[in-house]
Design a protein around this ligand. Structure first.
Ligand code: SF4
Length: 466
């Protein structure tokens, strides 16, 4: 593997702006630092957060709990998946990625939907989603809500409550750019009370230090501080967990590693670990399908054939390896808050394994975790397209949608066990778009969740995560 060094950075100095020996198109950025024994209040102050600006951090509106009799344990879906396989039947999905909107108030170049953002508006209504959820089957354990900006769909809390009522979902991840902190706080109060058995993780998108993030997170409003909104939201959610005993609430910061921010990521990682301290930090690799739109670089295939990593790929490789070492050595917070501490450690271990899998793929080596998109993992687009994953559902020339919910009377089962699904399912993991796939929630997680081998690996790693 050819070593491709990044640009030389000037050493950062005591929380001051860092000058970079880079091209003029890469702006300098501010590095935040705190004393090693800094308190939460000091870290929050260093990040410019003033939670008194927000109504819903300390003030709790009241909601009634939804009564359900769902069995939300993971053991049953695992066993049912194996018995289905032995019987030669296609199992119902254990994990779902649901795009609740393709609308967004920002317009970021690295977004998976950058080309179609705001152009698709035939979103499923709440009523349509409820009918769909009623037919999802009795094995869904994890749902990832994504977009677009998820909170632009004003019925997001009702949609999550419908999932809680109608399916055995235990764990929900909501990806958001946190444009409106008070809105996220209000939604959190609601869900933590209406869905008391639910584990809720907010995955907040942020692309690096303030200057880098606000440049990448393009918004039409001058002076809009997207970075501060995200950081305030993170601190607010942590405060709410403490104040109201929301012990199944997590907030993670998610950064996409791209050619535009790779140069600042080592400094960003230090800030995340030492100052911001989210429950978890996720570094995702810019999708292969969107890498080419804005950046002049050789194709993925050419790069792998030459065994050459682009600088941003090398950065992903190095930083995720550092994260793994720091987590296992107790230097980095990386633990979900769950009912049982070992559940949180297991989830964290699965995250580390997913990044390890992506490092394997990045080197052009065969995947170690077989793709189960289309069997254990399902995808529903905002317009009701059902498929195995977003790459299959949104391929511009070779669309592999299993069916549209509106055409099937919202009967997910009819689509999932239909002819087209059987045909396209065969292509999971071996279609042209699968080469170099690093879709964590659609490729890696559904596979790990139903693999004894991988779960045993996660269980052996979990005790080292604290
Ligand atoms: S490898 Fe990736 S692109 Fe291919 S089916 Fe799996 S999730 Fe989809």
């Amino acid at each position: 593997m050819q070593d491709t060094p990044l640009e030389t950075r000037m050493p950062s100095s005591d929380g001051q702006s860092v000058s970079l020996d880079t091209t003029p198109s890469q702006p300098s950025y501010t590095v935040l630092t705190v004393a090693p024994d800094a308190t939460d209040a000091e870290c929050m102050a260093a990040s410019g957060t003033d939670l008194s600006l927000y109504r819903w951090v300390d003030d709790r509106p009241r909601f009634e709990a939804i009564e359900t009799r769902q069995n939300r344990g993971l053991a049953r879906p695992i066993v049912k998946t194996f018995t289905s396989r032995w019987a030669g039947r296609v199992p119902n999905p254990v994990m779902l990625t649901h795009i609740v909107t393709t609308r967004c108030n920002y317009s970021c170049g690295f977004c998976s939907f950058a080309d179609t953002l705001n152009s698709v508006s035939d979103e499923l209504s709440l009523e349509e989603i409820e009918k769909t959820y009623a037919t999802l089957g009795d094995m869904v354990n994890v749902i990832v809500y994504s977009g677009g900006e998820t909170t632009v769909n004003r019925q997001l809390p009702e949609i999550i409550e419908a999932a809680y009522r109608l399916t055995p979902v235990k764990s929900v991840y909501v990806i958001s750019n946190a444009w409106k902190p008070d809105l996220l706080f209000e939604i959190t109060h609601r869900l933590m009370q209406t869905c008391p058995e639910l584990h809720l993780t907010w995955s907040l998108s942020i692309e690096g230090p303030r200057e880098i993030n606000n440049r990448a997170r393009y918004t039409k409003k001058n002076g809009w501080d997207a970075w501060q909104n995200t950081i305030d939201t993170m601190w607010g959610l942590k405060r709410m967990r403490q104040l109201f005993g929301y012990n199944q609430l997590d907030v993670q910061l998610c950064t996409v590693c791209t050619p535009d921010n790779a140069h600042c990521l080592p400094d960003w990682y230090d800030m995340v670990r030492d100052v911001l301290q989210p429950d978890k930090w996720n570094l995702n690799l810019m999708r292969r399908s969107v890498q080419m739109s804005d950046h002049a670089m050789a194709s993925w295939t050419d790069r792998r054939q030459k065994q050459q990593l682009e600088p941003f790929e090398q950065m992903y490789f190095d930083l995720t390896e550092q994260v793994r070492q720091d987590v296992l050595a107790g230097r980095l917070k990386f633990l979900y808050h769950t009912e049982h501490p070992m559940d949180g450690a297991l989830k964290s271990a699965v995250d580390l394994m997913s990044q390890e899998e992506n490092r394997t793929v990045l080197q052009g080596d065969p995947p170690q975790i077989p793709c189960r998109a289309g069997t254990s993992g399902a995808y529903i687009g905002s317009n009701g397209a059902v498929s195995g994953c977003e790459e299959f559902a949104n391929h511009p020339t070779d669309n592999k949608t299993y069916g549209m919910l509106r055409d099937f009377g919202y009967d997910f089962q009819a689509i999932w066990h239909g002819q087209k699904a059987a045909q396209y399912r065969q292509k999971s993991g071996c279609a042209s778009e699968c080469y170099g796939c690093t879709l964590e929630s659609q490729k890696n997680y559904p596979s790990v969740l139903v693999s004894f081998k991988q779960l045993v690996r996660a269980a052996s790693m979990a005790p080292s995560i604290g």
